[in-house]
Design a protein around this ligand. Sequence first.
Ligand code: URA
Length: 152
Amino acid sequence: DWLIVGEAPGAEEDRRGEPFVGRAGTLLDEMLRAIGQRREDVFIANILKCRPPENRDPHAAEVEQCLPFLQRQIELVQPGLILVVGGVAAHNLLNTDEPVGKLRGRVHYYGERQIPLVVTYHPAYLLRSPAQKRKSWADLLLAQDVLAAAGA
Ligand code: URA
C-alpha cells in the first residue's frame, strides 16, 4: 500500500543498489516503525536511479530520463498512498516549486489514478533539523488516516 519516494541514491545506496540504506535510511526505518510499518512491507523508490556527482540536486534532464522508470514502478506497485520525502521529489511529482513546509500537512493526488500523495520532510533534513520531526510525525499519521479511510 505504501510507496515512498525520495530524491536519489547517496553513496551507500549507489554501492548497494538499494534505496535509503545510509543514515537517512536508518531514520526512515524508524519513522516507518513508529507507524507500525516495516521496510519489507513498503516499496521505497527514488526520482533518480543513480547518484548525481557530489550529491548535487538532479538536473531537469536527469529527472526526465529517470521519471519513466518511477512511473512504471508506480503502475506495477499500485500503491494506495505515495509518501513523498523532500522537496526534490515533491516538486517533480507535483509540478510545483512550493516549499515542503507549504506542501506538507494535506493530501495531494497523483496521476490518472489520482493516488493520494502526502509530502513530508526528507529524513536527511530531519537529521539536521530534529525539531521538525513533530511535523513529520503528523504527516505520517495523515498518510495512515488516508489509507485507513480507503479501507486499506
Ligand atoms: N536520499 C534519498 O533521497 N534517497 C536515497 O535512497 C537515499 C538518500
